[in-house]
Design a protein around this ligand. Structure first.
Ligand code: TRP
Ligand code: SF4
Length: 338
């Protein structure tokens, strides 16, 4: 029996941080064992909000793929590709956009949030420069095209993407109904509910908040960030007893990176035998050790000229083979067969 097919993508945001690694990549890596995985960089989706900031686009794409491969996405097992190198996705997007009622996209709550951020109405996100484009309104339809071009069984996503995926299922069903075919599967979410990984300041980790630690950061930068992390705010000196439960970031990082140490840390913190600076310093070593191999592998991959590019081109070729077959069936269903 052939394996079920998985599609998932990330926008080309550039170098990835620990939140991406722990929240998304570890999951993607595990899925490679049991599924036929298609992972792509969504550079068209990046244009929905950054159409006028494309100078770094190419470097951003390559940095994302470098982080993936260094972290353990295996380009021989999984198909790693670039959205814009699979033009069938754009073609399918046209067909799907014709059968998608306007109000389906207009009531997508995730899209509404994105529009709010773009208009600058959001209090938490960085103020952007763009207004909402026609392309942005089509975001969930383009995402549906990504998924249906591969006719995927499952889509691993975080809960923020569920609303989009709901639309994808509706569009798949509607296409099948309208054209009287059983072409598209209704893609099922594979929810990955990982607790949010915070930045060193206790906020959500993100590039725009300047609180992130990147997979590709040096050990020195990593340590600097960790040393600036917030701890138990009520604790002024080492002789004050600490409250690990109120130590938002550092203790949480211990939970993730050194769960075997948390009992000791908590006990020493509460009895004032562990100072925050020492606690952080120890954590720096732990975290740097955790990412050591990945970082070494990343440097090695990066040092080989053209390697990332070849991975992207080769995977995109493979993705296209499947996409072409699906698109032929789509055109047949729509009776566009010249
Ligand atoms: N919208 C997704 C995100 O922001 C990225 C994405 C684009 C995606 N197309 C997709 C995810 C298709 C899964 C499947 O995270
Ligand atoms: Fe947090 Fe460690 Fe300081 Fe306790 S000793 S408050 S766990 S940084």
């Amino acid at each position: 029996m052939s394996k079920s097919l998985i599609v998932s993508g990330m926008r080309s945001t550039g170098k990835l941080h620990f939140g991406h690694y722990l929240g998304v990549l570890t999951n993607w890596i595990n899925l490679q064992k049991d599924y036929d995985c298609y992972y792509f960089v969504a550079d068209w989706h990046a244009l929905t909000t950054k159409f006028d900031k494309t100078d770094e686009l190419r470097a951003d794409v390559e940095n994302v793929v470098l982080d993936w491969v260094a972290s353990g996405i295996n380009p021989e097992k999984s198909t790693i590709y670039l959205q814009s190198l699979v033009p069938e996705i754009a073609q399918l997007h046209v067909y799907l956009s014709m059968v998608t009622p306007q109000n389906w996209v207009e009531r997508d709550p995730t899209l509404k949030d994105m529009v709010k951020i773009l208009r600058g109405d959001s209090e938490t996100e960085e103020k952007p420069s763009n207004i909402c484009s026609y392309g942005l309104i089509g975001y969930p339809v383009l995402m549906t095209a990504d998924i249906l071009t591969m006719n995927a069984d499952y889509v691993p996503v975080g809960s923020d993407q569920l609303a989009h995926l709901e639309i994808s299922r509706d569009i798949a069903r509607r296409f099948n109904n309208i054209y009287g075919v059983e072409l598209f599967k209704e893609p099922k979410p594979k929810l990955t509910e990982v607790p949010l990984f915070k930045g060193v300041d206790g906020q959500k980790m993100g590039k725009s908040f300047h609180n992130d630690i990147k997979i590709s950061d040096t050990e020195e930068d990593t340590s600097k960030r960790i040393m600036s992390g917030i701890t138990d705010r009520s604790r002024m000196r080492k002789t004050d007893i600490g409250h690990p439960d109120e130590c938002e970031v550092i203790f949480d990082y211990y939970k993730v990176f050194a769960p075997e140490k948390i009992e000791t840390v908590a006990q020493e913190c509460k009895s004032a035998t562990r100072g925050c600076a020492d606690c952080k310093r120890e954590l720096c070593g732990i975290v740097n050790e955790y990412f050591k191999e990945i970082r070494e592998k990343r440097l090695e991959l990066q040092s080989k000229p053209n390697l990332v590019r070849e991975i992207i081109l080769d995977g995109s070729d493979r993705a296209r083979q499947r996409a072409k077959e699906v698109l032929k069936q789509v055109k047949d269903a729509v009776k566009m067969y010249y």
